[in-house]
Write a protein that binds this ligand. Sequence first.
Ligand code: FA5
Length: 327
Amino acid sequence: MVEAIEQLQTEANEALAQASDAAALEAWRVDFLGTKGRLKAMMASMRDLSKEERPAFGQRMNAVKESLEVAFESRRSQMDSASPSLPPMDLTEPGMPGRLGQRHVLTRTIDEIVEVFARMGFSVAEGPEVEDEWHNFNALNIPEDHPARDSSENFFLGAGRMLRSQTSTVQIRVMEQSPPPLKIMTCGRVYRPDTHDATHYSMFHQVEGLCIDRGVTMIDLKSALFQFARAYFGPEAEVRMRPSFFPFTEPSAEVDMKMKIKGRWQWVELGGCGMVDPNVLKAVDIDPEEWTGYAFGLGIERIAMRRYGISDIRWLYENDERFLRQF
Ligand code: FA5
């Protein structure tokens, strides 16, 4: 009898080692440990033993049963960890398309604007967003009592610091550092406590241009703006200048560009421009008798909105993927 039990245990262990998947393992369990399995059948043969032989046989069978149950559990957990219960992989199924990120429509507009002005011979300058009043006002010929200096028009930070309200600050920084002739442009953020609506935001971007040389005139200014308009908005774009006032240019003008919006040609106001005021040149030790120059500053959001048909500036800052993915 003992040999028969040992024989069964050896067979069971060998069969278990060969069970290579969950189905084979289950078949093994049914065959050896199941209610109609081989262990149960051998247990039943206890009937044929004498009363004295039965306890030893029973104990032996229980030990075998326990050891097979332990072996079964360990084989099962071995299989589970080797192949976690994931659905089988279908290699013929089409893959998930990778989603590439893209530049924000404003970043793209800035890159396009820089490229156009670079082709026109402007070099790119930069300036800080946290400024002082000298660069934001004084050097730009903006007097102490000018309404543009009001605290309701600016973000003052204390200790003479503020968030710049215009990129014209970069004109001063460049002229302080480099002697003329100069032909520079800059793109950057500016800040004003304007109420948010479809065309205004409290943080927006401007593109600023400055050209200082001998004999520069309004014709050069209009030509530069005209070339930009044609290069950026298309060969039929036009430029119009309306008389205006800025403390740092004399004469000054508002710049409008004519562009096609939804199939119709329209004039759109984009910014300001003019001939650099002699007082600004004097503030940075440039002789206005020898040098003249022009400057312009355009709103980049307004340009992007026109170019890409965006009717509300706030969408540019909401980071809604459904909006951003369109460009
Ligand atoms: C200026 O900021 C002058 N520095 C421009 C300039 C530069 C004139 C050099 C002369 C020489 P203005 O405040 O008009 O100008 O602003 C220029 C443009 O910025 C506006 O035409 C508009 O396109 C944009 N802009 C102004 N305020 C906002 C705002 N709250 N939200 C979005 N865009 C604005």
